[in-house]
Structure formats: structure tokens, C-alpha cells
Design a protein around this ligand. Structure first.
Ligand code: COA
Length: 365
């Protein structure tokens, strides 16, 4: 038995504004049929004016802390008192400073350690590994790990490829110190990068290399997200499959012993291909991208929250998490699913009440 970080709370939040494929096809040379067939996405959520990444992160963080409080059998209030906040995002509120301290402050967490991690779509796995390692090392007793992105703010309005894929959202987990024999213990990680591929997924302008020129002419610098879709597709399948095998090897699980794979929700064809590489049936590969698209760092915790709330992730399930993203970066984690009290991160769009109905901003607490 050894010290481990244990998952004890989970929550997610997506903004209420829904943009479906037909709406995109009104502005762009695309169609509902193309997007559904090539990506599996039907609609996505978009942060309306006035909503930024920190707003989404606060909502998801609050829900994860409430989940930890509800889950704790002994009503142990300390379960919702974290001493570390790690925010995975590639769309921080500003380039400087990090967004995590503001999120911690707005959640009323006091002067806890708080910082951002940028690994694009692998961000949540990197943040999870960082927080879990700090707990195991004794630097923190419990942590709130959030993945939040508002890619709608950096997409080229004229780019049909990226606008079809990405959506905005946030998801979060609470980790506490425990033992590796407990359900929810994070048993192993596998993390990698290959900077040779840094141009496959990039926002060229606005950083130290291609500086934002302080003029009103946006043509002076390239602030929009760009992606080489084909190359990303191939690399994502290879690296996520290999990484899941590596993390399972580390704990002596074969992929046939896996109950659920929760992979970064990039594209349904990517998810199916990774599942196929690991000999998993389609029903073992968790998907929610039809409703939310690719929500970048939020994608894995948002898929976890939706699957747990639907009962598709059950206590005792052997689960692998895996992601691939810009950098390029990739990584995986493995755990046995614990008993958690979780509400869905993605409210239904079929007439059921949304969490918030009117103006996005005024409903935030
Ligand atoms: N609607 C209609 N046509 C579109 C389109 C859209 N929304 N997006 C791209 N196309 C077009 C392309 O312009 C291209 O046209 P052309 O042949 O005239 O040049 C054609 O479809 C085929 O493009 P291609 O890139 O080869 O298609 P694809 O089958 O690879 O699908 C992606 C494109 C982007 C959906 C796919 O490559 C993908 O999902 N990649 C991974 C993206 C990802 O996950 N990124 C996040 C990082 S983890």
C-alpha cells in the first residue's frame, strides 16, 4: 500500500448557447451531413459575449467541490477544502498572469497555490499528473484540477474545419491524499511530447515569436488557431493507443481488462480507431462529442461527468483516460472508478431545462 491521489469529486459546466451544424452551414461552405459523417459532432456550446475561460472554470470547479462534499459519506467538510488549484487551459483570460489564481479566489479558496498548465487537448492529463504528483510528494493534501477552454474566442470565423470541431466548456475533479488500494486512486500516468510537431496545432501570433503588434489592424498578426487536420488525425490515433497500452502495462492491466476508455473527444472516427487498436467494443469507448464537440482541455472531465451521471461509468469499472493535443503532447492515466455523486455536465438540449436560460453572464455566481 502506498500514498496516492484519489478522485473524490467531479463536475462540469458548458455555456448555454448552442450552435448546431445547420447554423454553421448558414455562414460557411459546410453541411450538417459533412460534419456528422466526418467528425460525429452535431452541435457545440459557445461562450457568449462577456463569458471567458475563468467563468467556465469557476462553474465547473464549484460543481466538482459540491460533488466532493455530497460524495463524502462522513459529511467531512474538509473534502471540499483544497490547498491547490491547477487549471489546464490554452485560452487563458489574459496572456499574463495565469488564470488559476483568479479562479481560486472566486471560488473562495483563500491563498491556495494556483497555476495554469498549457498542453492544449492533453492539458487535463498533464494537470492531473501534476496535482497527483504534488499530493503524493506531500506538497498538497487535496487539489482542484480544472480543464477549461473557450476556443470559440480564437477560431477564424471563416475556417469551416476548425469551427465545425471546437466547442467551449469546462470540467473539474477534486483529488485528495489516500492509498493506492482505494477506488479512485490514480494508479499510473504516461506523459509525452514531441516539439517537432509544434506547428501542427498552433496560434502563431500574440506570443514572443510573432508579437502582437499594438495596432488596430488585425491583419498585422495572426491571432487565429490553425490545425493540420489530417496529420493530427493520424498522430492522435497512434499516440493515444500506444499511451494507453503503456499506462496499462505499468499497472499490469491488459486492454481486455479495461471496462471504459475515456479519450479526448477529438473526432468520433479517432475515438473508434483508438478503441479498435485496443480491441475495445464501441460501447466501452465513452463519447459525448456529438453534443459538445472538441472542448480541448475540458473534454476529458466533461466526458467523465456526463458518463458518470448517466451511469455509463460505474464504481469498480477499470478506466483509462487518454489525450492528444498541441505541442504535440499526449498522455494517459488509469484508475478504478470510485463511487461519486455527479450531476451531468452537459444539460439536455431537447427542451429539457438548461442550467441557465437567459443571458450567459448574469446567471453566473
Ligand atoms: N465542411 C465541408 N468540407 C470540409 C470541412 C467542413 N467543415 N472541413 C474540411 N473540409 C474539406 C477540406 O477542405 C477538404 O477539401 P478539399 O479536398 O477540397 O481540399 C476535404 O474536406 C477533405 O479534408 P481532409 O482534411 O482530408 O478531411 P478529413 O476527413 O481528414 O477530416 C478533419 C478533416 C479536420 C475533420 C479531420 O482531419 C480531423 O478530425 N482531424 C483531427 C482534428 C483534431 O482532432 N484536432 C484537435 C487536436 S487533438
Amino acid at each position: 500500500m502506498s500514498r496516492a491521489a484519489v478522485l473524490c469529486g467531479l463536475g462540469a459546466w458548458v455555456p448555454p448557447t448552442v450552435v448546431d451544424n445547420d447554423q454553421l452551414a448558414r455562414d460557411l461552405d459546410t453541411s450538417d451531413e459533412w460534419i456528422r459523417t466526418r467528425t460525429g459532432i452535431a452541435r457545440r456550446r459557445v461562450a457568449g459575449p462577456g463569458l471567458s475561460t475563468s467563468d467556465l472554470a469557476v462553474e465547473a470547479g464549484r460543481r466538482a467541490l459540491e460533488s466532493a462534499r455530497r460524495t463524502a459519506a462522513d459529511d467531512d467538510a474538509s473534502r471540499s477544502q483544497v490547498d491547490l488549484v491547477v487549471l489546464a487551459t490554452s485560452t487563458p483570460d489574459q496572456p499574463c498572469p495565469a488564470t488559476a489564481p483568479q479562479v481560486a479566489h472566486r471560488l473562495g479558496l483563500g491563498t491556495v497555490a494556483a497555476f495554469d498548465v498549457a498542453a492544449v487537448c492533453t492539458g487535463f492529463i498533464y494537470a492531473l499528473a501534476t496535482a497527483a504528483s504534488m499530493i503524493v510528494a506531500g506538497c498538497a493534501r487535496s487539489a482542484l484540477v480544472i480543464g477549461a477552454d473557450t476556443f470559440s474566442t480564437i477560431l477564424d470565423p471563416a475556417d469551416r474545419t476548425t469551427r465545425a470541431i471546437f466547442g467551449d466548456g469546462a470540467g473539474a475533479v477534486v483529488l485528495r491524499a489516500g492509498e493506492d488500494t482505494e477506488p479512485g486512486a490514480l494508479l499510473a500516468f504516461d506523459l509525452h511530447s514531441d516539439g517537432a510537431g509544434h506547428e501542427l496545432i498552433t496560434v502563431p501570433g500574440g506570443g514572443a515569436r510573432e508579437r502582437a503588434l499594438r495596432t488596430d489592424d488585425e491583419a498585422d498578426w495572426n491571432r487565429y488557431f490553425t490545425m493540420q487536420g489530417r496529420a493530427v488525425f493520424t498522430e492522435a490515433v497512434v499516440h493515444m493507443s500506444d499511451s494507453v497500452r503503456a499506462v496499462l502495462d505499468r499497472i499490469g492491466w491488459h486492454s481486455t481488462r479495461l471496462d471504459r476508455l475515456v479519450a479526448h473527444q477529438a473526432n468520433l472516427r479517432i475515438l473508434r480507431a483508438v478503441g479498435g487498436q485496443l480491441d475495445l467494443e464501441d460501447k466501452q469507448v465513452v463519447t459525448n462529442l456529438d453534443e459538445v464537440g472538441n472542448t480541448v482541455a475540458a473534454s476529458i472531465p466533461l466526458a467523465l461527468a456526463d458518463a458518470a451521471a448517466e451511469g455509463n461509468l460505474r464504481p469498480g469499472h477499470r478506466v483509462a483516460l487518454t489525450g492528444f493535443g498541441g505541442g504535440v503532447t499526449w498522455g494517459s492515466a488509469a484508475l478504478t472508478w470510485p463511487s461519486l455523486d455527479v450531476r451531468p455536465g452537459t444539460p439536455a438540449t431537447d427542451g429539457a431545462p438548461l442550467i441557465h436560460r437567459t443571458d450567459d453572464k448574469e446567471n453566473l455566481s
